[in-house]
Design a protein around this ligand. Structure first.
Ligand code: CA
Ligand code: CA
Ligand code: CA
Ligand code: CA
Length: 258
């Protein structure tokens, strides 16, 4: 009730004037809705709080929560007490995009505590997460008779960062002669039949890379296993032709191939 008001106590007979005035914040309003990157290092000062006590009492700062702390930073030429608001623990936009806290000043013997409540700091995104493939492992079958452009499998990666930091594109980093992938839709398709027609190779590990859109992009790779299925498009070929069968006299029912 007495906060912010000046009470003059006239001590009768002695003539001493003692002023007991509450301290005040000078710039705390500028702190609200401030933007701080989530990669701001622990210990870095993001703002200097100024507070003033007309009585010249020494002021102490306190802060709620454990995300930020206030380090005393002396007194300036205007007699304002300074406190550096510092990052006290690693920020993470993905789990805590807005930090809310209270800051108080006390003037010690003056007996006042002034609190500025519900200060909000917005934690802004930094590209600190790479895309993560969902639904792995990726295994697919492809007929050896499949047409060019046949859709083989769809891969999907998600990235929990925001905006471009969380936008995912796909690229192939192996077997690019035979396969291609949709940069946005993640659909793996047959691009060229030459290799699968040769029947030299019946299984492929096609490496897909998911890369985000950050200015310093992060990427993750995964292998997609593609099995080429035989459609018996060739007549069976017997090995070691021709075959001759000889029948030995006197051994009924017994055949001998040579
Ligand atoms: Ca005071
Ligand atoms: Ca983070
Ligand atoms: Ca982030
Ligand atoms: Ca990212």
């Amino acid at each position: 009730m007495l906060e912010g008001k000046c009470i003059i106590l006239l001590l009768a007979g002695i003539g001493i004037t003692m002023a007991v005035t509450a301290p005040e914040f000078r710039n705390i309003g500028d702190l609200n809705n401030m933007l701080v990157s989530e990669n701001t290092p622990v210990g870095e000062s993001i703002f200097q709080i100024r507070a003033y006590d007309p009585d010249g009492n020494a002021l102490d700062f306190t802060i709620s929560g454990d995300t930020f702390r206030i380090s005393p930073a002396g007194v300036n030429a205007q007699g304002e007490t300074l406190g550096d608001l510092e990052v006290a623990k690693i920020l993470d936009r993905e789990t805590n995009p807005v930090v809310r806290f209270d800051v108080s000043i006390t003037d010690g013997l003056g007996g006042h505590t002034i609190t500025h409540s519900d200060i909000l700091i917005n934690v802004i995104d930094y590209n600190d997460n790479s895309p993560q493939f969902q639904g792995t492992p990726y295994e697919a079958r492809l007929s050896e008779n499949a047409d060019i452009g046949t859709s083989i499998i769809t891969v999907r990666a998600t990235d929990i960062d925001s905006g471009q930091n969380g936008a995912v594109n796909y690229q192939l980093t192996s077997h690019t002669d035979s396969f291609e992938i949709g940069q946005v839709d993640g659909i793996l398709r047959l691009k060229d039949r030459t290799a699968i027609e040769s029947e030299q190779q019946t299984a492929y590990a096609v490496t897909v890379r998911a890369v985000d859109g950050g200015s310093q992009p992060l990427a993750t790779s995964v292998d997609v296993f593609v099995q080429i299925t035989d459609e018996q498009n060739r007549a069976p070929v017997w090995l070691n032709e021709p075959y001759e069968i000889s029948i030995t006299e006197g051994t009924p029912g017994s055949l001998q191939a040579s």
